[in-house]
Write a protein that binds this ligand. Structure first.
Ligand code: NAP
Length: 292
């Protein structure tokens, strides 16, 4: 185990509950690989403890923390500065402590975009169907519109949330936007998309047999189907999409790239991506056993 001294720089993650996080394994391996005297610790911070916990970051000399469910939106009002992208997305997943000031960033959207590009997909001018309208969806959809996606069809169970998101995107982009209830998503809309993204948790462990709400018969070769879920690595949606001849992408790349960006914000160094990816892959199975 790494030696911790008074000089060791502290990072970590605030969330509640935190039983499933792979981030400590990913970041601690990355610090070790680069010989950095940093440590990354999990902090289960309940909603009522969020304000004092965030306030303590500066006093305790933290370099920063990741923020996860359920605090990504609530934390924003306790920060000194919020980056423009995070402000527009409406959520912060990374805090950096700079000269005593708390600065908020969102690396989820750029993490997804980097994983998409790594898979050889350039969203510019393409058509996408996005399932869901929650926090991760906002980050992904906004970032796709900044990257020049041609058309976004947002299909959600709570249509009002998808409409809000479409309105927010339309304020700064010329992306062609459509919104529908998940049940009203037509075979034609699915069939004409280049990219389909599941941002709902349907199919996530332990409900691995559940299929994300999509008519998979309308999928075909030439499409890329993404699931933000990484546990399991192959969701039922990705398995069905593979049977239809689609290329598929799980949430590991997004997890690694959003983490890499946080890592660079804290250390001002390039993240060792492959070390981080391997750490995540080595621990997915272990975390699966822990989730109740
Ligand atoms: P969230 O804010 O709770 O949003 C979840 C969305 O899914 C909401 O729109 C919700 O609809 C919808 N939904 C939930 N259950 C549904 C169902 N049975 N049928 C239809 N829609 C349903 O959660 P999030 O933070 O966006 O996370 C969503 C997923 O992304 C999770 O699986 C998470 O693990 C994954 N994720 C992955 C990464 C990564 O790095 N790979 C990063 C972030 C998130 P309502 O609004 O109607 O409830």
């Amino acid at each position: 185990m790494k030696e911790i001294t008074s000089k060791t720089l502290i990072t970590g993650i605030f969330g509640y509950p935190l039983s499933h996080t792979l981030s400590p394994a990913m970041h601690n391996k990355a610090f070790e690989a680069l010989g950095l005297d940093y440590v990354y610790l999990p902090f289960p911070v309940s909603p009522e403890n969020l304000p004092p916990a965030v306030k303590a970051l500066s006093a305790l000399g933290f370099k920063g923390v990741n923020i996860t469910i359920p605090h990504k939106e609530a934390v924003m009002k306790y920060l000194d500065e919020v980056a423009k992208e995070a402000e527009l997305i409406g959520a912060v997943n990374t805090i950096v402590v700079k000269e005593g000031k708390l600065c908020g960033f969102n690396t989820d959207g750029s993490g997804f975009l980097n994983s998409l590009r790594e898979a050889g997909f350039d969203p510019k001018g393409k058509k996408a169907v996005v399932l869901g309208a929650g926090g991760a969806c906002r980050a992904v959809a906004m970032t796709l519109s900044w990257a020049g996606i041609g058309k976004l069809h947002l299909a959600a169970r709570s249509v009002a949330k998808a409409e809000n998101l479409a309105r927010d995107i339309s304020n700064f982009s010329s992306t062609w936007l459509e919104v529908s209830n998940l049940e009203d998503l037509t075979e034609q809309a699915i069939g004409e998309a280049d990219l389909i993204i599941n941002t709902t948790p349907v199919g996530m462990y332990p409900h691995v047999d559940e299929l994300a709400p999509l008519n998979t018969n309308a999928l075909h070769r030439g499409q890329l189907v993404c699931d933000l879920i990484y546990n399991p690595l192959q969701t039922t949606l990705l398995k069905e999409a593979g049977k239809q001849g689609c290329a598929t992408l799980n949430g590991i790349g997004m997890l690694v790239y959003q983490g890499a960006e946080s890592f660079s914000l804290w250390t001002e160094k390039s993240a060792p991506l492959e070390v981080m990816r391997q750490a995540v892959l080595n621990n997915v199975g272990k975390s699966r056993k822990k989730v109740p």
